[in-house]
Every structure is written in structure tokens, then in C-alpha cells.
Design a binder for this molecule. Structure first.
Ligand code: BTN
Length: 246
């Protein structure tokens, strides 16, 4: 891994996608202290005050992993972040499929951060945005949370970043070494242990605007969420917004 920290950029994901197109090697990690055009999933914006969180992207080339299984990558990054933060900061971080990080703030499930994975030719750029020190009045939306608001014992960004990258390196090596098999690498079990979505009643807003109601019963071999509707019919969803209904 080569780690670079820049004071400001538009979007670390866009920067690494451009580098990937120029043939940059896998393992590049770019951290920005501030983003002026941060992007979220589904064409949304990701905005946060300078130095209030961790904004980073990684350039990956999962060569020995069959492409359909690359769908697990954002989940793997989520598991890495959730375990590293839970360990170092001492707060419980859970995952909402596909890749929101959740924390409990005063009994409410709030969004601590999110993950944006984008294909860039034969590479994948995975970005993570985490709210670390934000106070209530600094939150971009009321449903957001931060490590500080969740009562974290540690909010030093460098300490958190190091832990996150170390955990990611381990999990990624296991996963890539198992050709992306979520079973053999232990990733499925690790994800299930931290996932707040499995077993819940959910409403999934599909990218086309349609909705799916049911129970989230599994994540399949390609990282898709399997939802069982009231008639017992199962459908695997590759993208969408999940609402935890109860
Ligand atoms: C989401 O919740 O929709 C995903 C948010 C991802 C934000 C991160 S911040 C670093 C990286 N660069 C970006 O432009 N986006 C990701």
C-alpha cells in the first residue's frame, strides 16, 4: 500500500479513478483532509467539514477473484471499518446493507458513514467517508451521526485510519487468497455478525423507483441482499436503499 494524504481535493474517488485509467498500481490509498465535491451512492453528494472525519479511497485490482464476486468488496470494506472502529473507539458500529455504517446515538440508529465502490476499468475504487468529530449542529442531515456523538473513546483520525487500513489489509488478503469465496474466507460470517439488516423487515427502494417489502434473509455469493416477500418469494437485490422497517 502507498498512502498519500492531501489537504484538499474534489473527490478522492474521482482522483483514484483517473489514476486507475492511467494504469496506477493496486494498493494506492488516498486520504483527503477536505473534499469539495465528495460523492455518495446513487448520485448523491457527500459533504463534511474539513478535518471532521476520514475521507479516503483505495485502488484495488482483485485479479484472482471472478468479477461477480467483486460485489462483496464494499461489504468487505464495511466489515473492516466496523471492526476496526468498534475495537479502537469502543463503540458498536453496525452495517446496513449494502454499506452504510451505523452507530447508536441516544437510542437512535444514525449513519456514521458510507462506502462508495466504483468500477474503473479492470480496477475498483472503494471510498469510505466517516464522521468522526462532528457535533450535532455540524451534521449534514439529522439522520447522520458521528463517532464523537456515539461516545467514542478515541477520535484521533490517524489512529483510527491506521487501524482501519490494517484490518482491511488482513481481510482483503484472506478474501483474495480464497478467490473471493465469502464462505472460505470467513467474510460471510464476519459480515453477518456485524450486519444490522439481516433478519429485519425491510423496505428496499430499487434504483428504478420501485419498492420491495419483505424480510432480509441472506447475502448471496455476489454480495446481493436476498429479500423474502410476504408470499415467500425470494429476490436478490444488487443495489438500492434499504429502510429498516422494524
Ligand atoms: C454513501 O454513503 O453514499 C457513500 C459515501 C462515500 C463518501 C466517500 S468520502 C471519500 C470518497 N470520495 C468520495 O467522493 N466519496 C467517498
Amino acid at each position: 500500500t502507498s498512502l498519500r494524504v492531501v489537504p484538499q481535493t474534489g473527490s478522492t474517488n474521482s482522483d483514484l479513478a483517473a489514476e486507475a485509467a492511467r494504469g496506477a498500481a493496486a494498493g494506492a490509498v488516498l486520504v483527503a483532509e477536505e473534499q469539495t465535491a465528495g460523492r455518495g451512492r446513487l448520485e448523491r453528494r457527500w459533504s463534511a467539514p474539513a478535518r471532521s472525519g476520514i475521507f479516503l479511497s483505495m485502488l484495488l485490482r482483485p485479479d484472482g477473484v471472478p468479477k461477480p464476486r467483486w460485489g462483496w468488496l464494499p461489504l468487505l470494506v464495511g466489515v473492516s471499518a466496523a471492526s476496526a472502529l468498534s475495537q479502537v473507539a469502543g463503540v458498536e458500529v453496525r452495517l446496513k446493507w449494502p454499506n452504510d455504517l451505523l452507530v447508536d446515538v441516544g437510542g437512535e440508529e444514525r449513519k456514521l458513514g458510507g462506502i462508495l465502490a466504483e468500477l474503473a476499468g479492470d480496477a475498483v475504487v472503494v471510498g469510505i467517508g466517516l464522521n468522526v468529530s462532528l457535533r450535532e449542529e455540524e451534521l449534514p442531515v439529522p439522520a447522520a451521526g458521528s463517532l464523537a456523538l456515539a461516545g467514542a473513546a478515541v477520535t484521533d483520525r490517524e489512529t483510527l485510519l491506521r487501524a482501519l487500513l490494517r484490518t482491511f489489509d488482513e481481510l482483503y488478503a484472506d478474501w483474495a487468497g480464497a478467490a473471493g469465496d465469502p464462505e472460505a474466507s470467513g467474510l460471510r460470517a464476519a459480515y453477518a455478525a456485524q450486519c444490522a439488516t439481516l433478519g429485519r423487515s425491510v423496505r428496499v427502494e430499487l434504483p428504478g423507483g420501485r419498492e420491495l417489502l419483505g424480510e432480509a434473509v441472506a447475502v448471496d455469493g455476489d454480495g446481493r441482499l436476498v429479500v423474502r416477500d410476504g408470499a415467500g418469494e425470494e429476490r436478490a437485490v444488487g443495489a438500492g436503499d434499504v429502510l429498516h422497517v422494524r
